[in-house]
Design a protein around this ligand. Sequence first.
Ligand code: A3P
Length: 319
Amino acid sequence: SNVGDDNISEEANSLISSLPLCTDFQGKKLCNYQGCWYKYNTLQGVLNFQRGFEPQDTDIILASFPKSGTTWLKALTSALMERSKNHSFDHHPLLSDSPHGIIPFLELSVYQESSSPNLAKFSSLPRLFSTHMPLHAMHETLKGSPCKIVYLCRNVKDTLISWWFFRSAVNKIEPNRSLVESTFEAFCNGTIYYGPIWEHVLSYWRRSLENPKQVLFMRYEEMKAEPRDQVKRLAEFLGCPFTTEEEDNGLVDEILDFCSLRNLSSLEVNKTKIFNKVDRSIFFRKGEVGDWKNYLNPEMENKLDMIIQEKLQGSGLKF
Ligand code: A3P
């Protein structure tokens, strides 16, 4: 085939040859499918998902743009859903598997290889999945399903900086100036893995307004600023609200502490093991709001602000 990637079916290859293509800021080949930029093997996972996924009414899907705090959301969701079985945290699944292993990505993991994967691992209900796909990529597949979606949104500039550090760590290079500039350009013109980021966020934002029972729109910054309120909001949406007794017993704080960056990154399971060929420890960095101010200059800030304003105009969304 002209694409030359062994993991990609003939069918996907021929689709790719009809799609807009680009090379991202690090030389990775991307293709634009239904308005979103994917790496070729991710597209394969998306196609497999679209063909094979059968939603169940009780499914819960955690969605986010990469580097928005996905790992944190997965840990919190797992801790909330597990708590009836597991009060002490001594044998918690998060002690023996990474948040990404416990709540795997549909297109990057579950459906990466096949449109009919073995779902035995998901036999207990509700099934918990995650995705970086924009909502429109799941629209046809989820059609009519009342399954729940939690979307985690993060400030674009912090997401960008987190991306820059992450990509540098994946490629084992210094996070240098020229790379932050090319990451910035890619975010601005949308040619970034899973981008454009505005389309991504808007797809979930709009649905959360139309159908707040189906899509819970959360923000990284709000989780940092008011963690107790936000984790209670999440628990309610997931259908497992805190009881008064649990609140009186300090369980809200216990879950927040357990899922803190400090605690999660200190667990052996998140320090050493490998996830999707990358070292798990690089999913934990600073976890701060506004770290972008240390790296983006005022010109960059203005340019992004202008683009954001234009793209989000009339949507009611600020970010
Ligand atoms: P920074 O690079 O800004 O520190 P994702 O999980 O979507 O890949 O996002 C990674 C970002 O979330 C990183 O941001 C990382 O430090 C932060 N993060 C990871 N675990 C966290 C936690 N438990 N609490 C808060 N932030 C966390």
